[in-house]
Design a protein around this ligand. Structure first.
Ligand code: ASP
Ligand code: MG
Length: 440
């Protein structure tokens, strides 16, 4: 069985949605089709929710009206017959009646999460009816029947699998099963979600839960690229990646994939294929456990990073020091990305500085603290690159004109990570592209 996931831009225009219908019905065999909300919808739902939490009902209503109009126009182009247009109108009005009911009630975080779920619920219904109109046999399988997270917001893969397998078996003769990305139930059995961009994660969880043949993530770019196409002029798609390489890239900034996507797929060794809806002939990227060793594969960057340096003579030949430092971050639920140590100091980075003031206050107990905001992590990835001779030279030769604040290497053989001031990010990505890939 295949899992095919289509993102917001792939379903965001009526003609694109029609294209997806061609695509999924053209592939033989059984598949689970995971859809995101139409592009822009989740952002609008977030805006509505934010206004409502602040008690700004009129502003919320403005966004609701604009969004409803968007769907009215969308269905006029999506459906060909009067009959199905009427069905589309029923769907849209039912959703917007519900959204207004949510808005009129006691709006709290629970209501907010329910509101956010409406995007995927409506896109899958509209798509299902489009298939009905074209007489393509399919079924809707609500993600809320099987997708769940625990009290730490971690997906419950084994439970998901136990629920999903019989549901899929009950649809034995159905070739196209449609479900929602992103949405789930939490440990209180309330509607919740897998965080922004979470539809990729849904696809991977489903693929792992049913041990699919392959998980396909369809976007509007021809696979993972060797560098950030928004910053570097010339980039090339990478045809093959290992799970480890892809995870590093997704985590350190490659926007094409939600960072957690690889985890479930890797656990059950289900290949993940990235494909382009706009160019289905393009090879895309295949992510598996096997890889060719020793060559640079890609570079990714993540900014909005804060570096913290803690200098303490108490660290000299002492044990337990790092534990106490880490405890400060743990107590503030702030995760650490990079870390380097010297005998009397330790530097580390965080990407969420919401608790920085209190973290700083607590760290001051240990010694002198320096904080550097607006940093960028540049991550150079390739299977076992750090185990090859001369690979580090190439990286640092390329960066010879750029001041590097931190270097991390050796934690994994698959990447070298450097921290630079954000103002050097563009230059760093460009020189590395030229020196490591010969692209300019
Ligand atoms: N619709 C959700 C979002 O925009 C989930 C997704 O598209 O992956 O974040
Ligand atoms: Mg996405």
């Amino acid at each position: 069985m295949l899992v095919m996931k289509f993102g917001g831009t792939s379903v965001g225009k009526p003609e694109r949605m029609k294209k997806i219908a061609d695509l999924v019905s053209g592939v033989p065999g059984k598949k689970i089709v995971v859809l995101s909300a139409l592009s822009g919808t989740t952002n609008s739902l977030v805006a509505i929710g934010d206004h409502l939490l602040l008690g700004q009902r009129a502003k919320a209503e403005e966004v609701i009206v604009a969004l409803e109009n968007h769907y009215q126009v969308f269905i006029k182009e999506l459906y060909g017959s009067e009959g199905f247009l009427a069905i589309g109108q029923e769907i849209v009005s039912r959703f917007f009646i519900f959204i207004r009911l949510l808005a009129a009630g006691q709006f709290d975080n629970k209501g907010y999460r329910e509101l956010l779920a409406q995007g995927e619920l409506i896109s899958t219904e509209l798509f299902y009816q489009h298939l009905q109109e074209r007489k393509i046999s399919a079924r809707l399988l609500p993600a809320l029947y099987f997708m769940s997270i625990d009290e730490n917001e971690e997906p419950e893969l084994e439970k998901i699998s136990e629920r999903l397998k019989p549901l899929v078996s009950s649809l034995a003769n159905v070739e196209i099963i449609i479900t929602q990305g992103y949405i789930c139930r939490n440990h209180r059995n309330e509607i919740d979600n897998l965080k922004r961009g979470g539809s990729d994660y849904t696809a991977s969880l489903i693929g792992a839960a049913i041990r699919a043949e392959e998980i396909q993530i369809w976007t509007d770019i021809d696979g993972m690229h060797n560098n950030d196409p928004r910053i570097v002029k010339k980039t090339v798609p990478i045809s093959e990646l290992t799970f480890d390489e892809a995870s590093e890239l997704a985590y350190f900034g490659a926007k094409i994939l939600h960072p957690s996507t690889i985890v479930p797929a890797q656990k059950y060794n289900v290949p993940v294929r990235l494909k382009n809806t706009m160019d289905e002939k393009a090879f895309g990227t295949i992510i598996t456990s096997k890889g060719t060793e020793g060559s640079f594969k890609a570079i990714a960057a993540k900014d909005g990073i804060t570096a913290i340096n803690i200098k303490s003579s108490r660290m000299l030949m002492a044990y337990g020091f790092l534990r106490r430092v880490f405890e400060v971050f743990e107590n503030h639920k702030t995760s650490i990305d990079m870390i380097t140590t010297a005998e009397v100091s330790v530097s580390l980075t965080i990407d969420n500085d919401a608790h920085l003031p209190s973290i700083e206050t607590e760290l001051k107990k240990f010694g002198t603290i320096e904080v550097y905001k607006d940093q960028a992590i540049i991550c150079i990835v390739g299977n076992k690159i750090t185990e090859q001779k001369g690979m580090l030279n190439k990286v640092f030769d390329a960066l010879s004109e750029i001041p590097v604040r931190m270097v991390c290497c050796g934690g994994s053989p698959n990447n070298v990570t450097v921290l630079v001031d954000k103002s050097y990010k563009e230059k760093a990505l460009n020189v590395l592209n030229e020196e490591l890939f010969g692209l300019k």
